[in-house]
Design a protein. Structure first.
Length: 517
């Protein structure tokens, strides 16, 4: 749709038509050459076959154990629900639960997630997130007790391995009580992911969840812009004022840290953009208005002054454009280069400070990685246990004088390995890669609605890969909650794709059977 708008706007200009024609041919030539390459031909079946992942998952011992456990929990919930649902005051709760289920569990989950994002950090307690997770999990189980047939969330075995590693890590360190507290953050995110992966049944459900989250995205963006207007004090723990002397304070909206806020923006913007693009119930003029409103989160992202988030967002936008319309890549690159001289001086200084060699935030991470690497060499099998105290207890014996204060390793996978051990590291990496791979599977489809939703989810996760290398993005529980919720939507998308694929295979088998003709 956006491509059509662009084509209409330049169709009257001879110069623009010539430039677009040249760039279109260049983009198509690059795409054609890529499709013919031996590497693409070799790996393409792995990304487009729907049955490959299905068979591997169904034959997994862990997946079988998870199905058995889910069936056991479901049977227990059904027994309790049948025994007490007709008795007051349980009957009143049952009536309320029935009403919420009619509104769709996925919608209720999205509304709670949006509210969680909008609560100011000064009023937030992570216990609220756990209560919300238990609430939506109970709703989902009640819904499942009333449905006939099997219906399990299409989740990978690596997810359950990761949670098992987290449970073990509670007892691996010296600070068990703190580790249990951190485990509740993982449990909260896990429950939200499972509920979304199981309660979302169609592409329309995915769009509804993302459109609800878009409302929260606009709210926190306006909140951040108002912060900037009112003035934000420069926090020297977030900004090196020696290399950024004229910089302003970094906005953080309802979250406690500008990098945390930027991570949420990078995650939600591509997904919500795709949801608006594919929503047929929204008029063309309303879509234009909603797309124009994206200027708010983009401006908020700029005001965070998070360089890693800017790079991640550029990767998200680049992957979104490349997967949707490859011919747009050359003109977008040209526009990006032409826009550089017009960037504000504070933004340019912030970007150039990355390459100055004197920026303390860059050097600080390197020092932390050196000390944490030495700690990892002693604990690479079992890990040091969950939580900041367990991390620092192992880190302080190897820390350098330049980085004596560190609450985490500033790298998601580094942190997973150090806290959870080799099993947690491998399961975490496998979860990320399998999610990206299977989301990309959904891109290779003839159904535009499905394709662009998948591109939005893939772009969000792909873009954040850079921040995962320089930040521990799960350190702040609300960011982890949003991240795992997007993972849940990605796996829900895969289940929708699989159901469509299996239905297509059955139709082909019926039409190809001579006895059926």
């Amino acid at each position: 749709m956006i491509v059509e708008y662009l084509k209409d706007s330049v169709s009257r200009s001879v110069i623009c038509r010539s430039a677009v024609s040249l760039m279109t041919r260049a983009g198509r030539g690059i795409a054609s050459a890529g499709r013919r390459s031996r590497i693409v031909q070799a790996v393409r079946p792995f990304f487009v076959r729907q049955d490959l992942f299905l068979r591997m998952r169904e034959e997994s011992v862990l997946y079988g154990a998870a199905k058995w456990l889910f069936a056991w929990i479901l049977a227990a919930v059904r027994l309790v629900y049948t025994a007490f649902s007709h008795l007051p005051p349980f009957s009143w709760l049952t009536t309320f639960a029935d009403w919420l289920i009619r509104q769709k569990v996925s919608r209720v989950t999205a509304v709670l997630l949006a509210v969680i994002l909008c609560v100011d950090d000064s009023r937030w307690n992570n216990g609220y997130g756990l209560l919300a997770a238990l609430f939506v999990a109970a709703l989902y189980l009640i819904q499942r007790t009333r449905e006939a047939g099997e219906h399990h969330p299409a989740l990978p075995a690596s997810l359950f391995l990761l949670m098992f590693s987290c449970a073990l890590a509670v007892f691996m360190g010296s600070f068990v009580s703190e580790a249990m507290r951190v485990f509740t953050y993982f449990l909260t995110a896990f429950l939200f992911m499972v509920v979304l992966a199981g309660s979302v049944r169609s592409l329309r459900d995915i769009r509804e969840v993302l459109l609800i989250l878009y409302g929260a995205l606009i709210f926190v963006s306006v909140y951040a812009i108002l912060q900037a207007v009112g003035g934000v004090a420069v926090n020297t723990s977030y900004t090196d004022v020696s290399t950024n002397p004229n910089t302003s304070g970094r906005v953080y909206a309802t979250l406690i840290n500008p990098n945390n806020f930027a991570e949420v923006l990078v995650l939600l913007m591509p997904c919500c953009f795709a949801a608006i693009w594919t929503e047929e119930r929204i008029t063309r003029s309303a879509k234009l208005l909603l797309w124009a409103a994206f200027a708010l989160p983009v401006l908020a992202l700029v005001l965070t002054l998070s360089r890693s988030a800017w790079i991640s967002f550029a990767l998200s936008v680049g992957s979104f454009i490349a997967l949707s319309n490859l011919w747009l890549v050359p003109p977008c690159l040209i526009l990006l280069i032409l826009a550089i001289p017009f960037l504000p001086a504070s933004i340019m200084n912030r970007i150039l400070s990355l390459f100055s060699g004197t920026d303390t935030s860059v050097g600080y991470r390197v020092y932390i990685w050196e000390g944490a690497g030495d700690a990892l060499r002693e604990n690479w099998i079992s890990g040091v246990g969950l939580g900041t105290n367990n991390f620092y207890d192992a880190y302080r014996r190897f820390m350098l004088d330049e980085a004596k204060v560190a609450t985490h390793a500033h790298n998601l996978y580094f942190e997973l390995w150090l806290e959870l051990g080799i099993l947690g590291f491998l399961s975490g990496v496998t979860l990320m890669l399998s999610t990206l791979k299977n989301t990309l599977v959904s891109v290779f489809t003839d159904l535009a609605e499905q394709k662009y939703l998948a591109i939005g989810l893939f772009s969000a996760l792909f873009g954040l890969l850079f921040m995962e290398l320089v930040e521990y993005i799960w350190f702040y529980p609300r960011v982890m909650l949003v991240f795992w919720s997007i993972l849940g939507l990605a796996w829900a998308m895969l289940r929708v794709v699989q159901s469509k694929h299996l239905a297509s295979v059955r139709r082909d088998q019926v039409s190809g059977d001579p006895e059926k003709e």
